[in-house]
Design a protein around this ligand. Structure first.
Ligand code: 2RA
Length: 337
């Protein structure tokens, strides 16, 4: 297959290279695209050095089967037609098209068949914090309909890109050296701090990140589930964590939930409080699954269940999920020759 990565030099772009190789995705030819700034750089794939080309409005995508795009919403909007005009499937990591009715929003463990109907040749990869949430929710939805979800997120620096990760690392180094930490990517110093704002505020007082969790969850799950979210940036490098409270139609005992999570594809249960076993972002970074632990009954709601989930934001929250969508389509005979 002829495969393209757009935004190859970014944190997610780099992870695409590793995930495609690690999962033996059938790549015959790989094209890398980037901004004027990253054009000319070389990256290694399959034992060869591949040079990044500048993304332009030309016919570079002719013959490309699938393009994994992670270069920001503005670039996705500007280049959608250029990328898809010869039939290339665009799997887009930005928020540009997620809520468009003719663009499927897909998490393969939850709604893979939605990927089969992409009339614009665009499939959207959901927001990272939504992906890990819906994987966990679907395991419970399978045994009792979820009416309501409250979620608090603890989102790593990686969600804001490679530059933000470098800034967090630099801030820790500055603090250790007694220098004032450099603050550029975030509105405030992140090291030693928590920032209760991700993305801009909307009219209802919630941030865009919080409203993505509300709206995307309904679209992916084809559900009327009510979601209320509080999203917080934490000084963690690259895995997002979430505290989740769900209200189900009938009470679900923790043991039943543990079995449902344990048998669900893509979830690993780490839940042995007596041995202090629960998922943590430090140990989840670089891994594929969504980890779930601290499963218990909600003390404030007889139909409530609460748990903690952690997943690598750059992998399951971005690159891995996009590659899994492509793998599903290959398996369904809808991608590649
Ligand atoms: C974040 N959800 O963590 C965003 C990235 N897509 O900032």
């Amino acid at each position: 297959m002829k495969v393209a990565i757009v935004g190859a030099s970014g944190a997610v772009g780099q992870e695409f290279l590793r995930v495609l190789a690690d999962r033996n995705f059938p790549v015959d030819e790989l094209l890398l695209f980037g901004s004027e700034r990253s054009a000319g750089s070389f990256y290694e794939f399959g034992g060869e050095r591949v040079q990044v080309k500048q993304l332009r409005h030309n016919d570079d995508f002719k013959g490309v089967d699938v393009a994994f795009v992670s270069a920001g919403g503005g670039t996705s909007k500007e280049f959608e037609k250029t990328i898809t005009k010869h039939g290339t499937l665009m799997i887009d990591n930005s928020s540009a098209f997620r809520m468009d009715a003719d663009v499927p929003l897909v998490v393969p463990e939850v709604n893979p068949e939605d990927a089969l109907d992409a009339p614009r040749r665009v499939i959207a990869n959901p927001n990272c914090s939504t992906i890990q949430l819906v994987v966990a929710l679907k395991a419970i939805e399978n045994i009792s309909h979820i009416r309501r979800v409250y979620v608090s997120t603890y989102q790593a620096a990686s969600g804001a890109g490679a530059g933000a990760m470098a800034e967090l690392e630099g801030q820790y180094a500055d603090m250790a050296a007694g220098r004032p930490p450099r603050v550029e990517r975030f509105a405030f110093q992140l090291a030693g701090n928590l920032i209760p704002q991700i993305d801009v505020f909307t009219d209802n007082g919630y941030t865009k990140e919080e409203m993505k969790m509300v709206n995307e969850t309904k679209k992916i799950m084809h559900s009327d589930v009510a979601v209320s979210a509080m999203c917080v940036r934490v000084p963690v490098m690259r895995a997002h964590s979430e505290s989740v409270w769900v209200e189900t139609e009938r009470p679900v005992a923790p043991e039943e939930a543990r079995r449902a999570f344990g048998s669900f594809e893509g979830i690993v249960v780490m839940d042995d409080p007596a041995r202090q076993e629960y998922p943590m972002p430090l140990f989840t970074a670089g891994r594929y699954p969504v980890y779930v632990g601290r499963i218990r009954t909600d003390t404030a709601n007889p139909n409530g269940l609460t748990f903690w989930c952690v997943a690598d934001q750059i992998l399951k929250g971005a690159a891995l999920n996009a590659v899994q969508i492509a793998e599903y389509l290959v398996g369904a005979g809808r991608l590649g020759r």
